[in-house]
Design a protein around this ligand. Sequence first.
Ligand SMILES: [Zn+2]
Length: 248
Amino acid sequence: MKKLFLTAGVLALGFLQAQHSEWGYQGAGSPEHWGEIEGAGKCGQSQKQSPINIVTQKVKAGASMNALKFNYNLGDVKDIVDNGHSLQFDFKEGSYITYEGKKYNLYQFHAHEESEHTIDGIRYPLELHFVHIAEDKSSVLVIGVMVKDGEENSYFEKLKVFKTLAKNGKEETDIAFNPEQMYPKNKNFYTYQGSLTTPPCSDNVTWVVFKDPITMSESEIEDIEKHLPKSNNRPVQPLNGRTVSVTK
Ligand SMILES: [Zn+2]
């Protein structure tokens, strides 16, 4: 597989902020025009794009829960960046997962309002993305967590992260944040090969989307939403014959 990135630092900026300030979610820079913008990468070209609608009747059993192992540290968020497209939490080095024996370093976390993936057409109020980069920098693994309206999330309450933030670019933090605490208890997941959901839409991404949503209270969801651009979610993309697998 060709290496897309020279260094983690280049990846850091070229990847989610994409260095294309002209893209967005409304108007001339909206998702249907991403393929036309300069440096659009795979947007508008690749047949393996994300997000998708996951049709539970059509997913194939066969993914293994044991294939996914977490090695997260606590106290890992070094800064929070308002990149104009989402609020992004950059993690310090040291936390990683392994998936199918391959090591992926935890890189950053951000949120979309409403969810990008849909499950049987159901769209959730929020979708959290935990972005991991392969040790050899050849690929990416994103863990997607759906958030639904419900009981207060005790871990989110503990974090208070969004509540204290102002939208002012980059803010250094010392937040102790173990992502696993934000994952559902039941770790069954869907997985498929897809792409970044923002330019440059690089299609070397393994997606792991937990089957179960987590819950947050309405006011917690609002606390996150008020720091995000409205509707920062890309429309679902054609499956084009790809297989979506699910853990048994
Ligand atoms: Zn995302």
